[in-house]
Structures are given as C-alpha cells and as structure tokens.
Write a protein that binds this ligand. Structure first.
Ligand SMILES: Cc1cc2nc3c(=O)[nH]c(=O)nc-3n(C[C@H](O)[C@H](O)[C@H](O)COP(=O)(O)OP(=O)(O)OC[C@H]3O[C@@H](n4cnc5c(N)ncnc54)[C@H](O)[C@@H]3O)c2cc1C
Length: 388
C-alpha cells in the first residue's frame, strides 16, 4: 500500500543538513509579505547587477533547480535514480522574443535530446510552445486572426521547429512533453500538437500534449482527441495537470468581459481532473498518461483505478510527475512501490530561471496547504530521526 505519510522514504535522499535547509526555505516562503519584498529586491538586485547570485543559489535555486547546465544536474539525476525516481531536464529559460532566440531554443532542445539519449533515468524531454515562437503569433492563430505575409512565414517556421524536435524525439525513441500555456495561446499550441501526434505517434506515444483540467472545456477536448486518435490511428500522449495560470485567466476574462475558461471552484477542477484521469486509464493500451500533480487524493485515486483495472504499477504508459524540490513524499513513495515517477528538474543560468523561481515561491505562498504540508512532513521526519 502506498503511504504518503512515510517520511523516512520521502526524505531518504536528504541528510539532516539538507532537511534543515528545506525547512528554513519553506518557512521563509510561507511568509507572503517576505516573498513579495524578496521578489522585488531580487529583481532589482539582478537588474542592477549586484552580486546576489551566490545568495540565490544557496537558497531557492539549489532547492528548486538542478544547476546551471545539464552536466550540473547529473549528480542529482543519479541520486534520484538510485531511489527509482527518474528525471526530466527542464531548461527553464523563459520570455525570449526574438526569432534567433527561438532557433537557439530548438538547438538547445536538440542538444538536450542527444544528451538524454546517451544517459539512463531521463525518459522524457520537455518544451514550452512559446519557447519556439512568439506569444503574439500563438495568440493570433488561436483567435483565428488573419496573419500578414511575414507572420505567415514566421508561423511556418514555428511549425518547422515543432517538426524538428518531434522527429528527433521519434528518431531517438524518446518521449517529448509539450507544456501548456495561457488559454488565449493554447488553441494554436493544441492544433500543433495534434498535427505532431498524427505524424509521430503512429507506433507509440512520442509527443504528449498538456491538458489543463482547471479548464471546464478540457474534458470535451480529451474526448475529441481520442475520437481523432481512432480516426487517424495514432496513440494520444497526454500530460494531465490542473493548470498554473488561474489568477491571470480570471483577471483577463473579467477585464475583457468574457466567460472565464476556468472551473467555478477547486472542487470542480478536482472532479474534472479525476474524470480525465479515469477516462484515459480506461483505454491505457492505446494512449499514455503523464500525471503532473502534487495532489495526494488524485494520485491515490489513479492508483485505485489502476488496481481496479488490473493495470500493473509499472505500466509503460503511465507516469507520475512532480517538480524537483516539492512533494518528495509523493515521488519517493510512489517509486518505492514500483510506479513510474519523474521529477521535472529546472535548470539554466540563475538570472534566466528567476521567473520560474518566483512562480514557485508565489505558488508555495498562495497554494493553500502546500507549504504547510511540506513543513509538517519535514518536522515529522526531523523528530523521527531524533528518536533513532
Ligand atoms: C510535473 C508537472 C508539470 C506541470 N506542467 C504544467 C504545464 O505545462 N502547464 C500548466 O499550466 N501547469 C503545469 N503544471 C502545474 C499544475 O498545473 C498545477 O498548477 C500544480 O501542479 C498544482 O496543482 P496540483 O494538481 O499539484 O494540486 P492542487 O494543489 O490540488 O491544485 C491546485 C490547483 O487547483 C486549481 N485550483 C485551485 N483553486 C481553484 C479554484 N478556486 N477554482 C478552480 N481551480 C482551482 C489550480 O489549477 C491550482 O493550481 C505542472 C505541474 C507538474 C507537477
């Protein structure tokens, strides 16, 4: 029986000092005013080129990131792997806007694909749609706004970039996750992923699109995806998440006066998420699911469905994923019981991963219960060790 309360397994990779550091860090980011001031001060210091990188590295960076380069992450990947937890290298450099930066992103991702091919315990690669093209274009195409000639050319370059990465993944027999973005960019990203699945997922799931189940329309999209998969004979790859941009989504819908695409409340999101998981698990021989979640109940429910449907815990089409630095009690306990688990390991130059780190700090401040849960688990493990 998987038991997320087993802190000895959850924190087996952390020595006492690392556990103390994690406690200190979560204590800091549980303090909302401090996170606000810290974020502003860090942005200011980095822009003013003050020497704060060391401090960032010693605190949030080292907790939530694997390092500055792929090589930097290797030690962590090896350690995680020794406990049965696999890794996904997530090059977390965001917000680039120039064409040459999109080409560089493709090169970087090709490099990562080759890097992971020659190593063990890194089953997936991942990219964000807007790393390959401008948000403006994703927006226009999503909204059906007509493109001018130069925009059409730029968009066909995005399509080409998708093909370059997906065909490489297929050639190397690696799986490729495509992250989801804000709803006003997502339709174009969904259409692109569908095209990729039709081409590259004919023999097995290679390309995985992300379905954000905090959107009330996503269950219908999932059903459509499976209809299309039957029609065009491909294996749908699905990364199932709740969704990261709720506040932004609601604010924009409110300002522009359209119905928010987000479920009315958390309970509806939870129902939608669990329904999506069940729907996919029911047809797991012809699809693959990557469950990106820190939610204990949903994870346990997936395990329950797997047992009900007689699906082995290490079924090659079922993956669980958490972010590095969070919810180790889920990842390590799942791995201990033979489930396929991977941690997203963000990495990149300190200044460039700051938006990612700020999101993590804010999320841990705002997502009710998560920081307290981490603190509680660490406290329990510290007491357990003292009694030994
Ligand atoms: C490996 C991994 C990959 C991810 N990739 C992506 C990605 O590509 N794109 C993306 O957008 N997100 C991504 N996420 C983030 C994810 O979408 C969630 O924001 C995050 O994991 C928190 O949800 P949860 O399932 O872990 O747990 P929970 O803490 O149970 O759920 C919190 C989530 O529930 C939803 N929610 C909270 N309150 C309400 C409310 N009042 N009404 C409606 N819904 C509500 C929100 O989505 C919120 O983030 C990823 C997460 C992981 C672990």
């Amino acid at each position: 029986m998987v038991n997320f309360d087993n802190t000895a397994i959850a924190f087996q990779m952390k020595n006492d000092a690392a556990l103390d550091r994690a406690y200190f860090l979560f204590k800091l980011i549980s303090n909302e005013p401090l996170v606000k001031i810290g974020t502003a001060a860090t942005n200011f210091a980095l822009n003013a080129q003050l020497p704060v990188e060391g401090l960032i590295r010693a605190t949030v960076f080292d907790h939530f990131c694997g390092g500055v380069s792929e090589e930097d992450c290797l030690q962590i990947i090896k350690e995680l792997g020794s406990y049965g937890v696999q890794s996904i290298l997530d090059y977390s450099v965001e917000g680039k806007v120039e064409e040459n930066q999109f080409d560089l992103a493709v090169e970087k991702n090709l490099e990562i694909l080759s890097f992971i091919k020659s190593r063990e315990k890194i089953p997936f690669a991942v990219f964000k749609p807007t790393a390959l093209g401008s948000s403006d274009l994703f927006f226009k195409v999503s909204e059906g706004i007509e493109l001018n000639e130069s925009e059409k050319n730029a968009y066909s370059r995005i399509v080409e970039r998708y093909h370059t990465l997906c065909s490489k993944a297929k050639e190397l027999n690696l799986k490729l996750l495509v992250d989801a973005e804000e709803s006003w960019l997502q339709k174009a990203a969904d259409d692109l992923c569908l095209e990729m699945m039709k081409v590259y997922n004919t023999e097995q799931p290679i390309v995985y699109n992300t379905y954000q189940m905090y959107r009330w329309d996503k269950m219908k999209d999932l059903e459509e995806l499976f209809d299309l998969a039957n029609q065009f004979s491909f294996f749908p790859g699905i990364k199932l998440v709740r969704g990261a941009y709720m506040e932004k989504e609601r604010k924009r819908a409110n300002e522009k006066g359209y119905t928010s695409p987000i479920c009315k409340n958390k309970q509806e999101t939870d129902i939608n998420f669990d329904k999506g998981a069940k729907f996919i698990l029911n047809q797991i021989e012809k699809a693959s699911i990557f469950i990106g979640s820190h939610n204990e109940q949903s994870t346990l429910l997936v395990i329950k469905y797997m047992e009900e449907y007689n699906i082995p815990s290490d079924h090659r089409h079922i993956w669980f994923g958490q972010l590095y630095g969070m919810s180790d009690h889920i990842s390590f306990n799942l791995a201990k019981h033979g489930y396929n688990v991977s941690k997203y390991i963000p990495y990149g130059p300190v200044k460039d991963v700051m938006p990612y780190l700020i999101r993590r700090a804010e999320e841990n401040t705002s997502v009710a219960g998560q920081t307290n849960r981490e603190l509680e688990l660490i406290k329990r493990e510290r007491s357990r060790r003292k009694l030994l």
